[in-house]
Ligand binder design. Structure first.
Ligand SMILES: [Zn+2]
Length: 211
């Protein structure tokens, strides 16, 4: 599995395209505005079809191109708690910068805490990590030693908790019980900024230190 990272959209949101050219399949994690062209280019280079789009949560900067990506034939997976944000993005209208539009997209499959899903032939564990957003999930690829965490945890920081549905206490609990409990060498690939590791954050994150 190869991971291609795109930083895209209006506020620099990470999307991750996972490709397996032996299988000819690909999976996209998050869909910021204007990621579609880059995704198409890599799919062509790698000879892969995009089967699945997983939304780590429903904020507009992660879902801006979701409808376009779905139109490429990908099935959309997300958490029930962010269904309204994803399927009716106009409810976040007050938080959208002027002139930015987000098309609604229908979720094909709900995923949540403890689910094991098959992606590119690997068993992937879903963990629910609310606090930044009610429906934030992480995807843990044990075989790869990598976790895609959305906006729960960043290198040296954490997701903001002042948006609707946010809670610092809930986020701190999610990070301690669902992220710091992963093997400490696990790569952490967040929704914004550079990647980090479980060990680095557990030992030095200033906002949520491990207890
Ligand atoms: Zn967010």
């Amino acid at each position: 599995m190869k991971i291609t990272t795109f930083e895209a959209g209006y506020i620099g949101t990470n999307a991750f395209l996972l490709t397996d050219s032996d299988r000819g399949e690909a999976v996209l994690i998050d869909a910021p505005h204007e990621v579609e062209l880059g995704v198409r280019r890599v799919l062509e280079e790698e000879g892969c079809n995009l089967t699945t789009l997983i939304l780590t949560h429903g904020h507009w900067d992660h879902t801006g191109d979701a409808a376009r990506i779905k139109a490429m034939g990908a099935k959309v997976l997300a958490h029930q708690a962010d269904r309204a944000l994803i399927e009716t993005p106009s409810i976040m209208g007050a938080f959208l910068p002027p002139g930015i539009e987000v098309d609604p997209v229908v979720i094909d499959q709900m995923i949540g805490e403890g689910d094991k899903i098959d992606l590119l032939g690997q068993s992937v564990e879903i963990r629910h990590v609310p606090g930044h957003c009610p429906g934030n999930i992480l995807l843990y690829f044990a075989d790869e030693g990598a976790a895609f965490v959305g906006d729960a945890l960043f290198a040296g920081s954490i997701g903001r908790t002042d948006l609707p549905g946010g809670s610092f206490e809930q986020l701190a609990n999610s990070i301690r019980t669902r992220i710091y409990t992963l093997p400490e060498e696990t790569r952490v690939l967040p929704g914004h900024g550079p990647e980090t590791t479980v060990a680095r954050e557990a030992h030095s994150n200033p906002f949520v230190p491990a207890k």
